[in-house]
Design a protein around this ligand. Sequence first.
Ligand code: FAD
Length: 514
Amino acid sequence: MANTEALAVPGTGTHVDVLIVGAGISGVGSAYHLQQQCPNKSYVILEMKDTFGGTWETHKYPGVRSDSDLYTFGYRFKPWVGDPIASADKILTYMGEVIEENGIDQHIRYGHRITRSSWSSEDNLWTVEATRNSDGATVTFTCNFLWMCQGYYDHEKPYLPDWPGVDTYQGMFIHAQLWDPEIDYSGKRVLVIGSGATAATVIPAFAEKAEHVTMLQRSPTYFYCQENKNELADRLREIGIDEPTIHRVVRAQVMYDQDAMTQRCLTEPDAVFEELKALVRHYAGEDFQFEPHFIPKYRVWQQRLAFCPEGDVFKAAAAGKLSVVTDTIDTFTEKGVRTDSGEEIEADIIVATTGFRLSVMGDIPFEVDGKPVDWHDTINYRGMMFTGVPNLLWVFGYFRASWTLRVDMLGDFVCRLLKHMDEVGAKKVDVALRDEDKEMDVLPWIEEDNFNPGYLMRGLDQLPCRGNKPEWRHNQDYWAERKEIPAIDLDGDEFLYDNKHRANAREARESGTG
Ligand SMILES: Cc1cc2nc3c(=O)[nH]c(=O)nc-3n(C[C@H](O)[C@H](O)[C@H](O)COP(=O)(O)OP(=O)(O)OC[C@H]3O[C@@H](n4cnc5c(N)ncnc54)[C@H](O)[C@@H]3O)c2cc1C
């Protein structure tokens, strides 16, 4: 029998204006924007873990760190004052400060796993059920607007391919996402399966204490080696510029450079690759051999570029602490793995860095007016709202720019939308295809040629669909969206307020009669 619990957020009952799902970097940033820009809205954050941080709390493997710079991964409103690439601990400290400085803690309900969410058009409300970890009770909330900040992967069950013979292996086998910091790898032979961003992070850390590290990859990855410092930030600090100004200026510099890099990856990928190789040689020596393990088959930036602060992976390789094998696994054996070419790699610890299990909307079952929502039947509006699902926004950041840039931007958008709803007296907002969109091609959410990480490709049938017009796709382009999203006409034909278009209101306004 469900228990209904009163909320302990000051001034609220079991009902809130806005319910935010998840206290990761997206949920905390969204809460900040909501309370800054819509101070009269009540809100709560439901978080299934017992603490904040999301990604930065889940991952505990050696060396865990960001792979983009914190001047852009940090929020626009809170200066980052450390090295550009930061450890999970430092990111958690930063988030903790944001929570404390802004009184966000009193709005977070930890240990609340959302298990069901249903919309009623009769009441214009979401009813959200959560299981409270402390006593297993079902706690029910209602809200006008749902802000989905639950991330994109299962924090408890990572993705592991179904390799034969895993049970015969006598050593320790673990996925990096489940790594326990108590595990001692000193003097051990460590085999890392995979060569993406996680592998690039753990390998140099393992190489410091392990007897030897082997990286087994199916295919090569691009690596970007650079010092972990920002000269502009250091210089501005040296001459006494204040931190908020440094944050703003360095963010602009990083974004400008990233944009230029992204464009060049598209227009001159071969030249970019030569530059990436030159950076590797700078750290690992002029005679470093790229063939066969460091010549990827895909175009640069089609998957995330693995960042290597100070060329650490390549220094480990040059020092003989790391060997690389490019092959596929035939089977696990008692002592390690055997590859398709027959080579046996022996190891005391095998660490899989094989990525995520996609979790769409936190694996929460959704209903709209009693009908289950199949996200694949919906079409997304700019990667944030969905046809047929009212009063809900999903925060999904960028692949090639820091995720948090979109958190800040969508924070502004939601607040503008909520204020607009109040102004026009609407209780419900939907997005719907316009007449001119009805014949539009409906396509898978991911544009495979543009970006194709495994966890999304494996779950395409669970993801929403996109159209081939700018309004109906997540364009993954921060530099375009920073202009487009603030300019969205909330009275445009793609928005319905209480089931009605406001096109007449817009026309009247434009003609000066409204
Ligand atoms: C190791 C690692 C390094 C990364 N480095 C970078 C980087 O440098 N730059 C970058 O841009 N991106 C990076 N990413 C991508 C990263 O995941 C995002 O940038 C960002 O941290 C996602 O934040 P989030 O708050 O949206 O989601 P998450 O961090 O996934 O947080 C979601 C929260 O929602 C909670 N939740 C989920 N479902 C429910 C439910 N049903 N009920 C209640 N609570 C729920 C979870 O417990 C979690 O706390 C990295 C990812 C990993 C794994």
